[in-house]
Design a protein around this ligand. Structure first.
Ligand SMILES: *[C@@H]1O[C@H](CO)[C@@H](O)[C@H](O)[C@H]1NC(C)=O
Ligand SMILES: *[C@@H]1O[C@H](CO)[C@@H](O)[C@H](O)[C@H]1NC(C)=O
Ligand SMILES: *[C@@H]1O[C@H](CO)[C@@H](O)[C@H](O)[C@H]1NC(C)=O
Length: 396
């Protein structure tokens, strides 16, 4: 009898715990959307303060830009929001699906089928396990399917998603695809995570002088996306880091021209950037077009290797912003380091900087005068997860 009572008692406790966890999770979810709204609010009111301040109007443009830059740096450095406590809860696995090239056991045979099977606007994380194999498909994660994790279950190099679109390809509607629509995998949803996967655009590298051969492996346009242990393989425009806050860790990214580009606010950590260029190309093309935009790329503890002669970045946008810290650079970096995209006006507005980089390509002597070698204090905001508000949403 006592045994039986004990059993009933533990059953009750278990039930109560399950209810508590579920309620807590839902709360966390709503708290997060709220926190997001509040963040957007604080960002825009801050922008209004900078832009609408009459006192600033009679100082020089250079000084204004410098002031805005410093305000932004201070602001990024101090960001840490209370939402961090609840945000990680959304990383609790709630259901699993399995994708396998051979099907079997009721598994999906394509990743898109697995994604299509999910309900929209769910608050539960779904982990899609991807068994080793080559999945020839063009995959889209739509904006209304948040909290999806794609997890390779074998070696990263054996879990491959590939397609071969280029910008000049003509779609069924008679229009050219354009770079925007070339990606093998497109992520429009927030809170996406990918682990141990290879994303590939297999289009052949553009021959010298050929146009419209941009061919992305991934376009990430959703906010708060995480990529861990992934490979991005392609040549021109491999990784379209389009918009939103993103975190890349232990990744390998390969390409020839502008192979990390876009308007994201992204931290790349412990990653390997490998150029397969034949001549003068650029590694990044960050496209920030206004000083009020919260975007930029920061590379920390990375490694740059490969072939060709490479600029660390070129100014696709007038206010392009890229920082490399503690990064090894092989002897393929053009001594000047940075390129103004043929517009010398941009030399006054871009923010290109390096901090404690090393290797034969990292010599600060030859660098263009309009790039920066940062002090410890200046580098601080670019080094940690705070750069992308990561404490709120990165659940490693
Ligand atoms: C955003 O700001 C407005 C006023 O500027 C305020 O009324 C509103 O409550 C704020 N929203 C959030 C989510 O903080
Ligand atoms: C931000 O918050 C997280 C989680 O509470 C904490 O671990 C981290 O140390 C904080 N960072 C800063 C710079 O205060
Ligand atoms: C998965 O990625 C991690 C990096 O996050 C790496 O250490 C690990 O070796 C990878 N696993 C396999 C099986 O390739």
């Amino acid at each position: 009898m006592a045994m039986y009572m004990k059993f009933v008692q533990s059953l009750c406790i278990l039930l109560a715990m399950m209810i508590a966890v579920t309620v807590g999770l839902l709360n966390g979810h709503f708290a997060m959307w709220f926190a997001q709204a509040a963040i957007m609010n604080s960002t825009s009111s801050r922008i209004r303060r900078i832009g609408g301040n009459g006192e600033l109007s009679d100082i020089g443009e250079d000084e204004l830009i410098e002031q805005q830059m410093m305000q932004w740096v201070e602001y990024m450095g101090t960001r840490n929001h209370s939402a961090s406590q609840v945000a990680n809860k959304v990383f609790m696995p709630f259901s699993f699906l399995v994708v396998d090239t051979n099907g079997g056991n009721g598994h999906f045979t394509s990743i898109q089928q697995a994604v299509d099977s999910l309900e929209v606007l769910s608050a539960r994380r779904v982990i899609i396990l991807i068994n080793p194999g080559t999945y020839r498909e063009k995959l889209k994660i739509p904006w209304n399917k948040p909290y999806i994790t794609l997890q390779g279950t074998g070696a990263t190099s054996l879990c491959v998603i590939e397609w071969d679109d280029t910008a000049d390809k003509v779609a069924s509607d008679g229009q050219r695809l354009g770079t925007f629509n070339t990606a093998t995998v497109t992520i429009d949803a927030p809170y996406f995570v990918a682990r141990n996967l290879t994303f590939k655009n297999t289009a052949s590298p553009p021959t010298s002088g050929s146009r419209n051969k941009q061919a992305s492996a991934v376009r990430v346009s959703g906010d708060a996306s995480t990529f861990v242990g992934c490979q991005f393989l392609g040549s021109q425009d491999t990784l379209y880091d389009h918009k939103g806050r993103h975190f890349f860790q232990d990744c390998y990214i390969e390409g020839s021209v502008d192979f990390i580009f876009g308007d994201g606010l992204s931290l790349y950590r412990n990653s390997h950037l490998h150029a397969v260029s034949a001549n003068y190309e650029a590694l990044t093309a960050q496209s920030r077009s206004s000083p009020l935009e919260q975007s930029g790329f920061s590379f920390v503890n990375c490694k740059v290797t490969g072939s060709g002669l490479l600029y660390l970045g070129r100014a696709w946008g007038t206010f392009s912003r890229v920082v490399y810290a503690y990064t090894y650079m092989d002897n393929i970096i053009v001594p000047e380091g940075w390129n103004d995209w043929g517009d010398s006006n941009r030399e006054r507005t871009v923010y290109y900087a390096e901090y404690k980089c090393y290797g034969p390509g990292a010599n600060p002597q030859g660098r263009v005068a309009w790039s920066h070698q940062l002090s410890d204090q200046e580098a601080q905001p670019f080094l940690g997860l705070n750069f992308v508000d990561g404490y709120e949403w990165i659940g490693l």
